[in-house]
Design a protein around this ligand. Structure first.
Ligand code: F6P
Length: 327
């Protein structure tokens, strides 16, 4: 095994709060272990364009509290072209980078596996996405902050819902996973939570809302995961309900990218710091092609191929809790 002397770090895919804390942890762990660290800018595009800069402990001052990523990020479709990847490898060689830490989601890990296979560069992944949809970890960096952003927004929407006796449909992010919707839905006291993993169907939704109305509720919040399949989209679901429940004044609120921004929570900062340190230590101990994760409050490693294998599972107990509490 070749000694690792220079490590590159990049953020890729959608930004997530806590990515900066992870970059900081990677850079400072490298310095601590007397390894040179290079920041690759704009994700995999930075490898292609040789947009790479040497970093030291001071390059990551005052970023632990910042959302977004100082390294910038991108979803780089070009990386799937072989001739483009050769340019990326050239940049790695020119800078003498022996190993990479990739902070991102499943798309980023798919690209990482290809780099490792084609060029033999050791790679460790750190899961950074608000969606919490990566296998091999209980939590991804950014998820906790997104949950807190969502419940704060819904608390505000609830003021209007109550004052106007309105029924609000709130769409949250999560791509094909319902983790944000389910957890933030319980945290914000939503009456119904629609997630891709459980198809409730429009008729059951109407029944349930009618029951709530009968029991004296005059306003309600329905949480809709963006990947939910109950209707074509949240607007279609809302208009179906409005047509069937004319007593309610219906509104739709799509929270959108505000869920990805903002200062990371303490949970995300600590998670990112631990993952960054563990990623560098694991590379130096000879691990490669694995992702750092957290399970039962302990750092673990799992093969990158497993991390992108399929859908994460929804905690069914949360569905039960939500049903009990929304009477
Ligand atoms: O993966 C994070 C995420 O915010 C998803 O929740 C969402 O589906 C997607 O990214 C949005 O991507 P973009 O910012 O490219 O529109």
């Amino acid at each position: 095994m070749k000694d690792i002397k220079k490590i590159g770090v990049l953020t890729s895919g959608g930004d997530a709060p806590g990515m900066n804390a992870a970059v900081r942890a990677v850079v400072r762990s490298c310095v601590f272990n007397k390894i040179e660290c290079f920041g690759v800018y704009k994700g995999f595009q930075g490898l292609i364009d040789n947009n790479i800069k040497s970093m030291n402990a001071r390059s990551v001052n005052n970023i632990i509290n910042k959302g977004g990523t100082i390294l910038k990020t991108a979803r780089c479709k070009d990386f799937y072209k072989e001739e483009v990847r050769k340019k990326a490898y050239k940049s790695l060689k020119e800078n003498g980078i022996d190993a990479l830490v990739i902070i991102g989601g499943d798309g980023s890990f798919t690209a990482s596996i290809i780099i490792n296979k084609e060029f033999g560069v050791p790679i460790i992944g750190i899961p950074g996405t608000i969606d919490n949809d990566i296998l091999g970890t209980s939590f991804t960096i950014g998820y906790d902050t997104a949950l807190n952003t969502v419940i704060e927004s819904i608390d505000k929407i609830r003021d209007t819902a109550i004052s106007h006796n309105r029924l609000f449909f709130v769409e949250v992010m999560g791509r094909d996973a319902g983790h944000i919707a389910l957890n933030a839905g319980i945290g914000a006291g939503a009456e119904e939570i629609l997630i891709p993993e459980e198809d409730m169907g429009l008729d059951r939704l109407i029944e349930s809302l009618k029951r709530s109305e009968k029991s004296g509720k005059s306003s309600s919040i329905v949480m809709v995961a963006e990947g939910d399949k109950t209707g074509k989209n949240v607007f279609e679901i809302a208009s179906y309900v409005e047509n069937n429940m004319p007593t309610y004044e219906v509104r739709v609120s799509v929270l959108g990218h505000m869920q990805r921004g903002g200062s990371p929570t303490c949970f995300d900062r600590v998670l990112a710091s631990r993952m960054g340190v563990y990623a560098v230590e694991s590379l130096l101990n000879g691990s490669s092609n694995v992702m750092v994760g957290i399970k039962d409050d302990r750092m673990i490693l799992s093969p990158l191929v497993d991390a992108i294998k399929g859908q994460t599972e929804i905690n069914k107990d949360l569905i039960r809790v939500s049903e009990i509490l929304s009477i």
